[in-house]
Structures are given as structure tokens and as C-alpha cells.
Design a protein around this ligand. Sequence first.
Ligand SMILES: C[S@@+](CC[C@H](N)C(=O)[O-])C[C@H]1O[C@@H](n2cnc3c(N)ncnc32)[C@H](O)[C@@H]1O
Length: 261
Amino acid sequence: MQHLALVSRIISAMGLLLAVLMGFMLHNCSCRHMIFSAIIRSSDATKRSPWTDEVVCPHIQGQGGVRGTVVEIGAGAGISVMCYKAIMGQIEKLILVEPLLNFRRDLEKAVELWGLPLGKVMIVTEGGEDLRQHIANESVDFVVSIHLLCSVEEALRIPLIHEVTRILKPAGGEWRTIDHTTDPDPASFRYKAQKFIEPVWSIVGNGCQFLDMPRLYEEWFRGEGKGSLKMKSFRQFNFAAVAPWVPLVHPHVSGVMMKVV
Ligand SMILES: C[S@@+](CC[C@H](N)C(=O)[O-])C[C@H]1O[C@@H](n2cnc3c(N)ncnc32)[C@H](O)[C@@H]1O
């Protein structure tokens, strides 16, 4: 009985500590950014992994590879920088957009480490929802985004998609995305666990939410985005090797969207 009381006191104390820590992180941006960037850095941009080799790089290098002027939005700590190395000959300019200043040095290091020609790479520390200072209308051949939309503030999501549409060239401009999404079955254990953990997850993940990505895209194509982009390909897949310490970041969706002329 005494043991039970002790265990319950320890659990309550830990719960309280977690609540205080979450409250502190919620109101303290630099602490939240520091923890979030440490988590993103843990997927080591200096090493290849099954995630980069089997998912991210084929998405960037597939179908002839991205080429011309390429913009990656939400580049984080630069996990995908390695994927551009093999196709740098066909890339005229690579613009890595990442609003979090914490990642600037990581991106510079990744570009250096993977030997991308410095003259062709530009790092922009801005949100992808307004790139007018850096990128002209209809000047970009390919936009790439990996695990971006879950992290974008809800109010900025539509402006960001509008911005992608603005910068893409009308003839052949393409947006290649990979996102994690909610389990398609709301009755599944995973879906319930995703929704249960979301309040804490979004603090630790600096705003990252579990979104129903197929629905989000569908709403965009039927609503505001009607006539601006069309889906060339879309697939949902499970990739168990990604972040084995985060079993909730499944399944994934990848899409290729074309600008409508
Ligand atoms: C989950 S992380 C993924 C980072 C990286 N692409 C990766 O795969 O490791 C999402 C990234 O999107 C960035 N992000 C959030 N809101 C953004 C916005 N409005 N514009 C551009 N990037 C944004 C975050 O700062 C973060 O680096």
C-alpha cells in the first residue's frame, strides 16, 4: 500500500514537472527553438540514412531530378542537402529557405560538408509565406519541401501555398512535397495516440501538428487553390525506418504538383 502511494506521488510529481516545463516552453521561444532544433539535428545531416537514401533523395533526384532554379522551403538542419550533390550540375541556383536562425549554421555546414558550390547556393532566413524580397514571380523551376506543412502556423499555410504558386514558372514549374500525416483510420490506436499527444508534441515540435494531409491538399485544390496547381502524382506510404523513436510520425504522403498554366 505504502509503495502504491509512493508510486502515485512520483507519477503526480513527474506530471506536474512536465506541465511546468511545457508551460515554460510554450511561452519561451528561445527555449522551444533550442529544444526543437536539437531534435531536428538528431537526424544527422552529415550522414546518409535509409530515410535519405530511400525516400528523400529519390524524391529530389527522381524523374530526371530537380533542375534550374530550385527552392527548398523549411530546410531545417539540412538533412536533404546531401541529395542535391549528385545533380548539382543541372541546378543553376539552390535557395534554402529556413526561418529559424538556429539552423543557419547547420545549413552552411551541410552545404560545405557535401561540397555544393557556394556560388550556386543561397540561404534565406525568412518564412516561405513571403519571399518577395528574394525571389521574383515565376522564376523557379522546382520547389521542394520535406515535413514542412505540419510545422507551418495555420494562418500562414494558405499564404505559403500561394507563395509557392507565385514563384513557380508557369511552364513545368513543379512542387515536390513529403509530409507526415494522421493515420487514415480515426478508430486506430495510432490516430488516437497522435491526437492525444498533439498538445505536447506541438510545443516540443515548435508548432508541428498531426494533420490530415490528403484532406488538406484536397481542400486546397477544391477551394482557394483551384486552377493554380494540379496534382501530378500523390502516394501514401509507411516508412518504418524513419525516426524509430517517434513511431507516431507515420504514415507519409508524397506529392508532385504542377503549376497550371
Ligand atoms: C519538421 S521541420 C523539417 C525540417 C527539414 N525539412 C527536415 O526534413 O529535417 C519543419 C521546418 O519547417 C520550418 N518552417 C516552419 N514554418 C515555416 C514557414 N512559414 N516557412 C518556411 N519554413 C517554415 C521549421 O522552422 C522547420 O525547420
